[in-house]
Design a protein around this ligand. Structure first.
Ligand code: ADP
Ligand code: MG
Length: 343
């Protein structure tokens, strides 16, 4: 296993001062790596693994020590950051705006960054689920080809995952559909608590199955249909906050790329005409490392806009959805070939 995917399996004797019985209880609660343990809150672990608060605190502290989650120098942090991978979208135009100055200097591609979370927000029918299908295929490719060299989890809340679409995308590229479908682990969330359970399971499921990409399509779908009316807002936001926090911790501790979709709604409260906003309010707005907005563009194209990122400019790129998946527009392809001719 390469350095960037290395994880320490939780087992008896691995954590100084933590008994075998305690380790067994933690594993039984679904935590199977030291990295995942290090991200937990002692009060949650106490409840989930039925143990005393002292025991829970002690175990988490030992995990933090072992994974060197104390202070490190800026240079050490920089070296760790360089190990993050980037998942290509399959569109050169989109990958280019997702490429940081750092990536260019390190001769890396652009794309969705591992160990972080990305929200993709768009109105109905714009192409969120289509993009997710494409990413579920690309993630399985080797890293030099823009993939993550791993398997995929798809948490489906709207029952919109289509194996036949994976077949089209694979066939267009000459890949073996069966092999790719075998590496997509599909979980249909039946209701909000079930969605929460599936997400919680990822701490142990990801390292066990070499999962490198987690898709949640869509994060808010069930929450919005189950919590209706003003009085339920605070309970809904609590549920949402827990899921978002877990996804961020899973991304970090299992070194996966996490992508979740969100809906965009009309905003009648805005002072601007035709204003719209992503659902989930501030809890959602502040959670993802990177926020992407998709919208319909000219002549059936789609516009991919970086709305928030710690280091990417807020740029836009255009792509199209075809039989083959997500592709570059004719205009962009012509422009690049002209540029290459001129060189
Ligand atoms: P959402 O953002 O609601 O998840 P989808 O990802 O389901 O939207 O996108 C649906 C749109 O994708 C359709 O309206 C259609 O324009 C486009 N689309 C789906 N399949 C194909 C295909 N095989 N070829 C071209 N366009 C497609
Ligand atoms: Mg969809």
């Amino acid at each position: 296993m390469s350095e960037q995917t290395r994880q320490i399996k939780l087992e008896a004797g691995i954590l100084p001062g933590v008994s075998t019985g305690t380790i067994k209880k933690i594993i039984k609660a679904g935590i199977t790596t030291v990295e995942a343990l290090a991200t937990l809150n002692p009060r949650d672990l106490k409840d989930d693994a039925s143990m005393g608060l002292d025991t829970s605190e002690n175990a988490i502290k030992a995990a933090i020590d072992l994974t060197e989650n104390g202070f490190i120098t800026g240079n050490e942090l920089w070296d760790r950051r360089k190990l993050r991978t980037r998942l290509s979208t399959g569109s050169r135009a989109v990958d280019e705006i997702m490429r940081s100055q750092q990536d260019i200097e390190n001769d890396k591609r652009g794309g969705f960054e591992s160990e972080t979370t990305t929200e993709i927000a768009a109105g109905n029918g714009v192409g969120k689920t289509q993009l997710c299908h494409q990413l579920a295929v690309i993630a399985q490719l080797p890293i030099p080809e823009g993939g993550l060299d791993g398997e995929v989890v798809w948490v489906d809340t709207e029952n919109t995952f289509i194996p036949g679409r994976i077949d089209q995308i694979c066939k267009a590229r000459g890949y073996d559909t069966e092999g790719f479908l075998d590496k997509i682990h599909h979980g249909l969330a039946l209701n909000t608590p079930h969605q929460g359970m599936l997400i919680e399971k990822l701490y142990s499921y990801c390292p066990e199955h070499n999962i490198k990409l987690i898709i949640v399509d869509s994060l808010m779908g069930l929450l919005r249909s189950e919590y209706i009316g003003r009085g339920t807002l605070s309970a809904r936001q609590d549920e949402l906050k827990t899921m978002l926090l877990t996804l961020a911790k899973v991304a970090r501790s299992t070194k996966t790329t996490v992508i979740y979709t969100n809906q965009i709604m009309d905003d009648p409260g805005s002072m601007y005409a035709n204003a719209s906003k992503a659902t989930g309010g501030n809890v959602m707005g502040h959670a993802a490392t990177t926020r992407i907005w998709l919208r319909k563009g000219r002549a059936g194209s789609r516009v991919f806009k970086i709305n928030k990122s710690p280091y990417l400019d807020e740029l836009e790129a255009t792509f199209i959805i075809t039989e083959n998946g997500i592709e570059d527009t004719e205009d962009n392809i012509k422009r690049w070939s002209k540029m290459e001719e001129e060189q």
